[in-house]
Design a protein around this ligand. Structure first.
Ligand SMILES: Cc1cc2nc3c(=O)[nH]c(=O)nc-3n(C[C@H](O)[C@H](O)[C@H](O)COP(=O)(O)OP(=O)(O)OC[C@H]3O[C@@H](n4cnc5c(N)ncnc54)[C@H](O)[C@@H]3O)c2cc1C
Ligand SMILES: Cc1ncc(C[n+]2csc(CCOP(=O)(O)OP(=O)(O)O)c2C)c(N)n1
Ligand SMILES: [Mg+2]
Length: 569
């Protein structure tokens, strides 16, 4: 069959199972756009190409399928870079397709020419420059395989205009990736597996550190079976949230900089850490020299480069975490860890009672109240997509996720502007899910142009702006470490309710706690997008906090009595 390169592109995308893409047209990608109309693919017109990449990313994280974004050459392609880097840092499988100037113009500083494969080399898992129609099919097929296999990640395909326009014979089968690309995992090393089992069986104070890899491996059931069988308590990373239901009695909560105090202390007291699909990010470990000194470490990761990268490992297992959990299962019995679990319970102390969520507002509206009420009203079942900052950490602390893939957040790059477009992607991937974007007043303003995309596509996305009048997380650092010199963090915002109105989106402002649940309920009942502007306490801080690089157990705790709510009692 003879087709143009543009037709081959769409034909291959359809065969790869793609039904939705996010993009923005321009000259160098126009032949592809022109051919698109013949194919059964829903195209979402974004308002900025960064949005397209975050949408593809949100789509991938919510569904486990590969997300696809399309842009033109030059500025279209460079606008994608932040979203590609975001997906790279969090191992999210997306394929980005860009148009490129004609192959004979490459290197001539042609109109809208950029070397996007050069620019994205360090932030893609792999990328391709395709200059002939004959190479389109093999590039697309390989790109999808690379994006989703092993440790997932973003792949970019840059296709010259002439490669889109010219014709060739299309043969899907002949374009199959060769075996060197489709690398199978090497078998797990028996001796390492035996050592791990021996360490687990003899541990007195073991702790599982469960990360994003569990979700990427679709291994949540296997984790649960392992935990139920052995009785080992679990701490989760930010990106691992949802890998075990928050209500599971052995789920201790989040570790790290803004993790639960008892979790961080338990890590420092543990005699064995079993790290599963997590990469010991510096937000998780604090000072590496004093990190978990009493613990032996088992690290299971699909990427050999992660083993021993930050934390020396006693037993490293390069494997899909699902395979490792399944292999361990039959060899392990219930451990006697009752003293250890009791110790951790004691560490929790009166935290639950002192917690901000249990305090009356008395005129103050705290972000933690808002998020906790949102959790109650949505029964912990919503897909929540957060932006980056204080609200992101409060979400992790106060929205208790029961289900996998229901917290979507930019962890590694910490990309402000992520939430709104990623929520659009999540809603496209899971149309029946209740999707909430929880976003700061700062980050919202970085990509709020995508409100128009929501309306054009008639998507029911709920937006909760945690409006504190500051770039709150940076303000908090200035409060703690820069003697309250608030340089460039007070933030003027438009009237978000009126702004939503301009897009035809339902909206209201909320200033007191009694109005939170009614506002959330009415948003849920409305059949279109809704934006809620929660005007919260301005100078509130996220506790606990491990200062960057400090020892994990040396946390700044919430002042007692609660300074910020002292007047409430
Ligand atoms: C403001 C801010 C504050 C933060 N504070 C915290 C905090 O307090 N606590 C916290 O935890 N994080 C925090 N983070 C997030 C942090 O920066 C990291 O993004 C996060 O800790 C990474 O979690 P992870 O290692 O589980 O996931 P990833 O970074 O996605 O790593 C996943 C790992 O799993 C592996 N993997 C993938 N697939 C498989 C598979 N099939 N089988 C086995 N392994 C697999 C990968 O190779 C990788 O090593 C914060 C981020 C921001 C922006
Ligand atoms: C694109 C980008 N620029 C800058 C930062 C640094 N940064 C991290 S959190 C933050 C403040 C976020 O403010 P806001 O969106 O209002 O959320 P809040 O912390 O107030 O909840 C900033 C500026 C970032 N993470 N991303
Ligand atoms: Mg803010």
């Amino acid at each position: 069959m003879r087709l143009t390169g543009a037709e081959i592109l769409w034909d291959c995308l359809v065969r790869e199972g793609v039904t939705d893409i996010f993009g923005y047209p321009g000259g160098a990608i126009l032949p592809a756009y022109d051919a698109m109309l013949k194919y059964p693919i829903r195209h979402v017109l974004v308002r900025h190409e960064q949005g397209a990449t975050h949408m593809a990313d949100g789509y991938a994280r919510a569904s486990g399928r590969v997300g696809v974004a399309v842009a033109t050459s030059g500025p279209g392609a460079t606008n994608m870079v932040t979203g590609i880097a975001t997906a790279m840092m969090d191992s999210s499988p997306i394929v980005c397709i860009t148009g490129q100037v004609g192959s004979r113009l490459i290197g001539s500083d042609a109109f809208q020419e950029t070397d996007i494969t050069g620019i994205t080399l360090p932030v893609t898992k792999h990328n391709y420059l395709v200059t002939r129609a004959d190479d389109v099919a093999s590039a697309v097929r390989e790109a999808f395989l690379v994006a989703k296999s092993g440790r997932p990640g973003p792949v970019l395909i840059d296709i010259t205009k002439d490669a889109q326009q010219s014709s060739c014979t299309f043969d899907w089968d002949a374009a199959a990736p060769d075996d060197s690309v489709n690398r199978k995992m090497p078998p797990m090393h028996d001796e390492n597996m035996r050592q791990a089992i021996a360490l687990i069986a003899s541990a007195r104070r073991p702790l599982i550190l469960a990360g994003h890899g569990i979700l990427l491996a679709n291994a949540t059931e296997d984790l649960r079976a392992f935990v139920d069988a052995t009785g080992i308590p679990v701490a989760v990373t930010l990106l691992g949230i949802g890998c075990l239901p928050a209500s599971h009695p052995l789920n201790l909560g989040m570790m790290g900089m803004h993790g639960e105090a008892w979790v961080n202390t338990a890590i420092q007291e543990a005699d064995l850490l079993i790290a599963l699909g997590m990469r010991f990010d510096d937000r998780v470990t604090g000072n590496l020299k004093t990190y978990a000194q009493e613990a032996r470490k088992i690290h299971v990761d699909i990427d050999p480069a992660e083993i021993g990268k930050n934390v020396p490992t006693d037993v490293g297992i390069v494997a899909d975490v699902r395979d490792a959990l399944r292999a361990w299962g039959p060899a392990l019995e219930r451990l006697d860890v009752s003293d250890w679990v009791a110790r951790i319970d004691a560490l929790k102390g009166d935290s639950a009672v002192r917690d901000i969520q249990n305090l009356p507002d008395d005129g103050h509206l705290y972000a933690a109240h808002v998020i906790n009420d949102l959790w109650r009203a949505t029964h912990g079942q919503a897909v929540v997509v957060t932006d980056v900052g204080q609200h992101q950490m409060w979400e992790a602390q106060y929205y208790h996720h029961e289900l996998p893939r229901t917290l979507i957040t930019s962890g590694g790059l910490g990309t402000m502007g992520f939430a709104l477009p990623a929520a659009i992607g999540a809603k496209m991937a899971c149309p029946d899910a209740e999707v909430w974007a929880i976003v700061g007043d700062g980050g919202f303003q970085m990509t709020m142009c995508e409100l128009a995309t929501i309306q054009q596509e008639r998507l029911k996305v709920n937006i909760a702006i945690i409006n504190n009048g500051y770039l709150g997380m940076v303000r908090q650092w200035q409060e703690f470490f820069y003697e309250r010199r608030y340089a460039a963090t007070p933030l003027l915002s438009p009237d978000f309710v009126k702004l939503a109105g301009a897009y035809g989106i339902e909206s209201c402002g909320v200033t007191s706690r009694k109005d939170v649940i009614p506002a959330v309920e009415s948003a849920r009942a409305h059949n279109g997008a809704v934006l809620l502007d929660f005007r919260v306490e301005q100078e509130d801080s996220v506790f606990p906090m491990v200062p960057a690089g400090a020892d994990l157990h040396k946390m700044i705790r919430r002042p007692t009595p609660l300074a910020e709510t002292g007047a409430d009692r």
